[in-house]
Every structure is written in C-alpha cells, then in structure tokens.
Design a protein around this ligand. Structure first.
Ligand code: AMP
Ligand code: GLY
Length: 429
C-alpha cells in the first residue's frame, strides 16, 4: 500500500528526511517549502512552493494531495501552528503541536518548565519581560552570562559573555533586543546533541552527534546555523561518559513526562543540546525537530524503516528500539563566502567529484546553466564509514571538489579536533 508523506521545509535536513523516506519503495514524498530544493525535487511526487509558515495553505495542499502523514523539518512552521492545522485537517503529523513545541520556541517557557518540574540540568537563569530591566542585573552579576532572546532567532540570537561579549557589550546587546530575554549562567564544557523519537510517552534515542556552531576553524567567529557535525561508529562520543549519556537521556525523558503532565503531549523528534560540564550534562536548549545538520548524521545510518517510525510517533506506539548501522559519519556544510554576516549570493556553484559522499542540498537555486548560491547554507556532503577517519576523508574529498564562492570547515571530524575535545573534558574533570 502506498503511503503519501508530506515533508514541510526545504533545506539540507529536509532533503535528508525525504531521502530516508524514499528508501521505502511504497512511500511517495511530497514537499512544501518556500524555495525549490533540487535534491528534494528529484525524489518527490509533488512540490508546492509556499511559505512554510502559511499553515492554512500547507494543510490545504496536504488535503488536496491525499497526504497520509506529515513531518515538519524547521521550527518556524511549528511556531506558526502547522501541526495543529494539519491534524485539524485529519493528517497525523510527526511533530509537536504549538503548545508542546514551546519547549523550543519559547526559551523562557522551557526553563520555567524545567524548574517547576525539578528537572535536572537546568542552569541558573532569569527571565526579563522587558530587556531594559535586564541591564542592572547584567551590571551587578558576578560571572559571565548567556544572553538569549526568548523567541526564535534562527540559531543566531545568543551571545555569550567571555566569548563574543564583555559586560558592557552584553548591556549594549540586550538594549538592541525587543521582547522577553533569558539570562543564564555561562556553562563551560563540550557540547553534544542527543535526539530522540518521541510518541507522547516513550523516547527512542538516536546516536550522539557533535555539531559545530562557529563559522571558522578552531571554533572561532560568529555563531551559525551549524557548519557540520560528526558521529562515531559506536554512537557515543569520547568526552561523554556512559553516565553522562544516561543522565542526558533521563533529563529528556523527564521533559517529555513534564510536557505530557501539562496536557500537551509531545509527538515528534526531540533534540537535546547539552553542555557536558565538569559536573555532568546541562541543557543548553531543546529543539522540537531534527537538528540541521544532525539529521544528516543519523538518518543515513538508520536501518529501521523510517516511515514506519513516523507512523508510530503519531500513533503513540513506538517500538522500544530502532536499529542503526555501526558506522561513523561526518557532515560538512559548504556555505557562501562571508556567511553568516555578509554572505555573497547568486554565485555559480559546481559539484566536483563527490565519490562515495552523500550530497544534500541546502539553500541553492537551480538556475539555467546550473546551481547558484543564495545567502544561507548551500549544500552538505556526508561521508559514512567504519571509522571517523574514513568518513572524514570521504566528506573532505567531496567538499574540496566543490567549485564556487563557498567555504567549509576542514577541521570537522578530524582526529586533531576530537583529541582537543577530549583534552578539554579531561581538564574539566
Ligand atoms: P542556541 O541558539 O540556544 O543553540 O545557542 C547557541 C550557542 O550558544 C550554543 O550552541 C552554545 O554554544 C552557546 N550557549 C547557549 N547557552 C549557553 C550557556 N548557558 N552557556 C554557554 N554557552 C551557551
Ligand atoms: N544544529 C543546530 C540546530 O539544528 O538547531
């Protein structure tokens, strides 16, 4: 029997989602996105160019195509209530309704939920409804702070004292903001990502991944949407102990239980971004969807049937485990020169010899005569192999062959970077 699945969103993550769905020959993939993704277009039975936040339009398209299930890639449509609209139209969706997506879309809601339910891993924090009221607190606070707009900022709104800002810079930054602000103690450690399939009650965890937020090699430069990521063949990370992993899993399970107790169960993909500190994992944030790029590490090694998992998420009947291939992965994002501050766009782009690498299209345009860059992450190459070095070499070879005004981080997935992470963690413990 044919299953028609709608993917909402059109970036690298959604290309990886569409590719994982299309591995099942009985699935027909449909996509709604603001821009035509050439990779998704090749896989899909139907493409609708439409703003992903036009939730009534998304639901109407899904109904017109007889869609059976939907999955939401990015956070903006979750915040606009796309799941409520799709489910209102009778289409079960692997993604949380608006009220449960607030775990991601409202950082103040997330921290208050953690605190009121006594969930471990919550840093000290304060919420200010009016950013001006945060100024005296920043001035008098003893220690570095993270300054976060409470709402969505595309991953680019957070500023950290002691990294991008000094105290006066933090005060100046908070004065430029409007709307509620969260201030948190600055956490020191190594970041990792833990994602889980969630069916309202049960969580099925995915392999650990490490993303790289900073634009330049050696973790310097401004924060980006994520420059690339890696995972290891045994699905662990060497600077995250078995106890740390168990603690991170338990924190995520408690968050799922808390949101359920509030009467708004979470169905979808829960993404935990953790800082592994000298005292164990702390929650940097939760996202209510796959990570971009982290989806591109886990989905290519998922050996269980992905469409089946999505159906089970919506039905509240996830199996207790799913299967992953014992392979390492390395994902490198090519981004326009100048990204994120002043990206050069509309430049010609050509893939070279990609070898065994998987290629996922991000924000690119298929113009006459070939591909062209736009102003966000362009395309991702993913290597997978029995060990990190093999996966990295595959990704690196494909990335280095791309021609155009794009760049990428060569250090992602290298042994040198990994040993720096391990040494940092050892110094903290
Ligand atoms: P976010 O947009 O919440 O993912 O934050 C962007 C980046 O800011 C994260 O990847 C972290 O590197 C950093 N960050 C966020 N919160 C904190 C914190 N409390 N302490 C230290 N770094 C943080
Ligand atoms: N990789 C970070 C994010 O998807 O938000």
């Amino acid at each position: 029997m044919v299953l028609k699945v709608l993917v909402v969103g059109g970036g690298g993550r959604e290309h990886a989602i569409a590719a994982a769905l299309a591995r099942n020959g009985d699935v027909r993939v449909y996509c709604v996105s603001a821009r035509r993704n050439p990779g998704i277009a090749r896989l899909a039975s139907g493409i609708e160019i439409r703003k992903e936040t036009d939730v009534a339009g998304v639901a109407a398209y899904a109904t017109s195509q007889g869609i059976d299930r939907a999955i939401i890639g990015p956070e903006a449509p979750l915040d606009a209530g796309v799941v409520d609209a799709l489910e209102g139209a009778g289409i079960p969706t692997a993604g949380p309704r608006w009220a449960a997506a607030r775990l991601e879309t409202d950082k103040a809601f997330c921290r208050d939920l953690m605190q009121s339910h006594g969930i471990r891993g919550c840093p000290l924090y304060r919420v200010f409804q009016n950013p001006a009221d945060a100024v005296p607190f920043i001035r008098d606070h003893d220690g570095d702070l993270a300054v976060k707009p409470a709402g969505l900022t595309g991953g680019k709104g957070v500023r950290i004292m002691g990294e991008q800002l000094d105290r006066e810079g933090a005060i100046a930054y908070v004065r430029t903001l409007s709307g509620p602000v969260v201030l948190e103690e600055r956490l020191i450690g190594e970041e990792f990502t833990l994602q889980a399939f969630v069916d309202g009650t049960r969580l099925v965890y995915m392999p650990l991944v490490q993303d790289h937020k900073r634009a330049y090699e050696g973790d310097t430069g401004p924060n980006t949407g994520g420059m690339g990521s890696y995972s290891l063949a045994d699905h662990t990370l060497p600077f995250v102990s078995a106890e740390d992993t168990a603690e991170a899993r338990s924190i995520m399970a408690e968050a799922v239980a808390a949101i359920r107790r509030q009467g708004t169960p979470f169905h979808g993909i829960l993404y935990g971004q953790f800082m592994n500190t000298g005292k164990g994992p702390r929650v940097i944030e939760f996202n209510a969807r796959f990570g971009d790029p982290e989806a591109m590490n886990v989905l290519p090694i998922l050996s269980s049937d992905f469409p089946e998992i999505l159906c089970r998420i919506t039905e509240g009947s996830l199996p207790s485990r799913v299967e992953w291939e014992p392979l390492a992965t390395v994902c490198k994002y090519l981004v326009p020169e100048g990204y994120p501050d002043a990206p050069v766009s509309h430049q010609p782009l050509a893939l070279g010899e990609t070898g065994e690498a998987l290629v996922y299209y991000g924000t690119v345009e298929e113009a006459e005569g070939g591909l062209a860059t736009l102003s966000s992450r362009t395309l991702a190459v993913v290597g997978k192999g029995p060990d990190l070095a093999t996966a990295e070499a595959i990704a690196e070879q494909a990335a280095s062959g791309v021609q155009g005004r794009v760049r990428y981080r060569r250090d992602i997935g290298t042994a040198a970077l990994l040993s720096r992470r391990v040494a940092h963690m050892e110094a903290l413990r």
